[in-house]
Design a protein. Sequence first.
Length: 263
Amino acid sequence: VAVASCGARHASYVDVEGTSVPGVHLIRLNRPDKLNSLTVEVGEQFQEAVGGLEKQEGLRAVVVTGAGRAFSAGGDLGFLLARAEHSREENAEEMLRFYSRFLAIRRLPVPIIAAINGAAVGAGMCLAMACDMRVALAKAKMSVNFTRIGIHPGLAATHFLAKSAGPQFAAKMLLTGGMISGEEACKRGLVLDAYDSQEEVADAALSIAREIAEASPVAVREVTETLRQQSNIGLQEALRREAEAQAVTYNAPDMIEGLAAVR
């Protein structure tokens, strides 16, 4: 399997690999010692990885996953603490830039499948929800825990959760910040299927990608665009609202207390 570096960096936190299926590529978050937390640098590399795949001829589908025991445990605490030093206006713009790096995955004109190989928490859960389909480890911990640490949800959490799980269950997850398993996520419609091992999760994602790759590439791209048009309705408004609301919570004492509790 060929691994492509995503630019000249001190470390490669995002790997792009070919798979056994022609036209299907894998994007792997590769920061396992930090549970694949989503930082600005990771976002820049992720955006570069997407840019490279956009130029890939014959691209049919992409699988997104994490290295090690987590898909992604969410945002970087240091980055969040630093937000308290900036104004609301600066933070709102900074968060829109942050969102755009990871939501770049939706620029790819082919289906995106999240292989949730472990914990998907906070921004990590949001990244998974931004993909077109998801499969998960049955015991994976999944949560949009923003309110638990005094922060408004971001990265399209308020937009995509409701579209998959319905407004009522989405409201419960977003307001309580509670945790569910991959198995429950499957019952709630957040993921297609849940599996007992990481290997099964990877195989299931690749199996879906293989079926897609065997279909008409033109038709698949057109259907993908049609589905994205529907799911994108209201997205930009939601992102702007999330960024502005996160900026409010960054300047509130609740966030400092919440982050201190989880450090």
